[in-house]
Design a protein around this ligand. Structure first.
Ligand SMILES: Nc1ncnc2c1ncn2[C@@H]1O[C@H](COP(=O)(O)OP(=O)(O)O)[C@@H](O)[C@H]1O
Ligand SMILES: [Mg+2]
Length: 233
């Protein structure tokens, strides 16, 4: 099976050379863990290696995301001008009543992908694609889960390799907001913090990777200007 390199130094060795192509992977972690950095690095590496990418933010100005990338030493502007990276913002849909128009959002994403012939997609983060603070009614939650299922299946049908980030509410054991994202994704990578004597250490592990004989170890990593996430093997 074709592999898509993550662009994260140290990671591809742990997953037999890269992500199996054409599927959706969830990057989970608490605030500040490095999820956005991971997604930017995945897209930037692709742009450098002939695999154009769409970076989709939800209700966040793409301009801010570009500035964050520049703070890490990555020249997104050059690739945006060259049509190798497309930054896009999608407005969430209301989850209040009735059906969520997943078809509409999927069409929007499909149009962005074909605009630059993207091979990679990052959705940062996936849950707020549907509005709601987590206090939705049971009916609304069921609708949202159905919507997320449709979205991930549609992305897999398109054949694009997708990194979707998922915010772990601090202090919980959850991996995602709605509790289905990790089941639907083909792989799950967890970024976490460990309290040490003098402060927090960053740790990464692969929780799930379908069809891959992956490492089950926990590795340390750092976030460095110019390199982004670097795993110590
Ligand atoms: N330019 C930089 N150089 C070094 N570290 C950085 C830089 N930019 C961000 N970081 C580190 O990355 C963290 C934010 O990572 P981010 O990917 O935004 O996390 P998340 O999306 O999981 O909330 C910051 O808290 C900081 O520790
Ligand atoms: Mg983020």
């Amino acid at each position: 099976m074709k592999r898509i390199k993550s662009g994260i130094p140290g990671l591809d060795e742990l997953i037999e050379g890269g992500f199996p192509a054409g599927r959706t992977y969830l990057i989970c972690g608490e605030a500040g863990a490095g999820k956005t950095t991971f997604a930017l690095q995945f897209i930037y590496y692709g742009a450098q290696h002939g695999e154009p990418g769409v970076f989709l933010t939800i209700d966040e100005k793409p301009e801010h995301v570009v500035e964050d990338a520049e703070s890490l030493g990555w020249d997104f502007r050059k690739f945006i001008e060259d049509g190798k990276i497309l930054m896009a913002e999608i407005t969430p849909y209301f989850s209040g009543v009735g059906k969520i128009p997943h078809q509409k959002i999927i069409e929007e994403i499909r149009a962005l992908i074909s605009q630059i012939g993207a091979k990679r997609l990052a959705i940062d983060p996936i849950a707020p694609l549907v509005l709601g603070g987590g206090g939705e009614s049971a009916t609304a939650q069921t609708a949202i889960r159905g919507y997320i299922r449709n979205l991930i299946h549609a992305l897999d049908d398109i054949g694009i390799t997708t990194i979707a980030t998922s915010e772990i509410p601090t202090g919980t054991n959850q991996l995602s907001r709605y509790g289905v994202e990790e089941f639907l994704a083909s792989g799950v990578i967890v970024l976490s913090f460990r309290r040490g004597e003098t402060g927090f250490k960053r740790e990464i592990y692969i929780r799930k990777m379908r069809g891959v004989n992956h490492s089950m170890n926990i590795y340390s990593y750092v976030i460095k200007k110019g390199l982004g996430i670097v795993i110590s093997l």
